[in-house]
Design a protein around this ligand. Sequence first.
Ligand code: FES
Length: 169
Amino acid sequence: MAIKTNIDIPANDPLLVPEKKAIIDKIFEENKNRPGSTMVILNELQSKIGYITEPMQHYVAQQLHVPVGAIHGVVTFYSFFTTKPRGKHTIKFCMGTACYVGGMPQLIEKAKQMLSTDIGDTTDDGNITLEICRCVGACSQAPVIVVDDEAHGRVRPNKLPQLIRKCQD
Ligand code: FES
């Protein structure tokens, strides 16, 4: 399927990598006429490509005949979706009220310094991605950090190096 977007597409974007473009088009062929096709297609893109770039969001909008703002809104609202590849491990910082009040901003600052990376970014070695998440339902354990799929509660700044080390073994 032809790409008709009015934005520049970087050469390494999945849309311009033939094997990935084939996967993307197969996802459209199989799901485009299903009820709730937008969410199904975005979920498939995230699972099979690993992320949904801005050009990919334009392509989805073009193929489904919906405004690009609607696609962008969904991708940025759900933390499951990412616009860049995730690292091998993901560390998520809960920013729900209890965790925020319980000291999460300080933990985030410390993690950013220790790993020299930012929220939403991945360390240079491609190992760890830092993300923010909403309340994970363990408020009595605040502040809560989720390393890959494992939640860790009552995290104090001095416990952070240990959690990060788990991702580096
Ligand atoms: S606010 Fe963090 S687990 Fe609920």
